[in-house]
Design a protein around this ligand. Structure first.
Ligand code: NAD
Length: 262
């Protein structure tokens, strides 16, 4: 039976992937910030209902390497090393033109989305190497990192870095039998994240988006060749595929989940 560690498991995409893996009988280590423990508990309940054999909660901050090491070791003692890692915790940051970006918020975005993803990948790979087990790691990037989203300078930077990390780590970890890939969701909805995104883009004056959420929503959907946003289930299906043995010859790729938008 396989074990998966999922960061950002209290959030929308992390929970969707956790539930999908639970339905396949995977043992789960659900990780998120200590402050998100209620959200983690909600995901834990959904995973148990979906059929996971064991679900462990691991509250830790991905930006603190000591915290990552000790939480991963505690979880390993409970359910064994995680052969599957969904390295997904992230922070979108405040929307603004880059000339107005708040340096403290920029630092927070880069810390969580780059250093945090690096920390989790490194610690999980070290633990797998030490027991000689193969594995599959999927990092969550974003279409913002592929194409550069307006008013999201730090976020776009951080997600491009995740794609670079994915390609580099795939080379370093192939000798240990560990595959590393990333997913890049585009516009995903409906729900809080979609509403938040259109509201924030509408609130920032720019030549790219209108100034009402409804008009921004129409503009965004209009940019997608398939003419709609993607669902959480569609993101989860792509992540689960890359984690699984069905993707056994794939490493170092960035899978764009964007309905054809570039
Ligand atoms: P979300 O806000 O629902 O979930 C993100 C989770 O990460 C939260 O539960 C949060 O507590 C956790 N987190 C933040 N900082 C952390 C830290 N320092 N340590 C541990 N956990 C931390 O957002 P989501 O939509 O589920 O996003 C998940 C991932 O997908 C993120 O990396 C995000 O950038 C990416 N993404 C989302 C979309 C989208 O439209 N939702 C599109 C592209 C990429």
């Amino acid at each position: 039976m396989k074990t998966a560690l999922i960061t950002g498991a209290a959030g929308n995409i992390g929970a969707a992937v956790a539930v999908a893996l639970a339905a396949d009988g995977v043992q789960l280590v659900l990780a998120d910030l200590p402050a998100a423990v209620d959200g983690l508990a909600a995901t834990q309940r959904r995973c148990e209902e979906a059929g996971s054999a064991a679900v462990v909660m691991a509250p830790f901050d991905v930006t603190d390497i000591d915290d990552v090491r000790s939480a991963v070791d505690t979880a390993t003692a409970q359910v064994g090393p995680a052969e599957l890692v969904f390295n997904n915790a992230g922070y979108q940051g405040q929307f603004s033109n880059i000339v107005d970006a708040d340096p403290a918020d920029v630092k927070r975005v880069l810390d969580i989305n780059i250093a945090g993803v690096f920390n989790v990948l490194q610690v999980c790979a070290q633990r797998l190497r030490s027991v000689g087990r193969p594995g599959s790691i999927v990092n969550t990037a974003s279409m913002a990192g592929v194409s550069g989203a307006p008013n999201m300078g730090a976020y776009s930077t951080s997600k491009a870095a995740v794609i670079g990390l994915t390609k580099s780590a795939s080379k370093d970890l192939s000798p240990f039998g560990i595959r590393v890939n990333s997913i890049s969701p585009g516009f995903i909805g409906p729900g809080v994240m979609w509403d938040n995104q259109v509201a924030q883009q509408a609130a920032v004056p720019s030549r790219y988006y209108a100034d009402t959420p409804a008009a921004v929503a129409e503009q965004m959907v209009g940019m997608v060749p398939m003419g709609r946003y993607g669902s959480l289930d569609e993101v989860a299906a792509a992540a689960v595929f890359l984690l699984s043995d069905a993707a056994s010859y794939l490493t170092g790729i960035n899978l764009e989940i964007s309905g054809g938008a570039a």
